[in-house]
Design a binder for this molecule. Sequence first.
Ligand code: ZN
Length: 145
Amino acid sequence: METFYSVDPLSDRYRICPNCKIAHMVHNRGRDFCTDKCADDYYNTHRRLTRQATNVPPLANTSLITRDQMLAKNLNVLNHLSIDETFGTKYLITDIVNSGFDFSFHTSRNVLHNTDFDNQCFYISIFEYKILLLTTAEILIAKNK
Ligand SMILES: [Zn+2]
């Protein structure tokens, strides 16, 4: 026959079930859960959460290294292109993007001074490279001498 204890927060048998948060008294002092079902539910949920957490890269790390890594990746793409030393070379934006280039990572963005104020054009710099938008589909990539 089981012994029932009245719920007494001062007792060493008093527990709050980690799963359902219900205060209860335990027969076995090594136990925290009110039922086996709560213990199973808790461990199943906990395991699932831990597994999900391991698939997510740590946020602090990625935000610290992303910009430098992306700039290095962009530079690597540019270094593999053949570029006319004098006039620069035209490329399709889609081809560049497909090689892993990301236009949002550059070392600076500058105004082209030979364009009028209302139609100001910009070029972006990635280290020694300059990239100008020619049409909605084409860019000119030139290398600083
Ligand atoms: Zn419970």
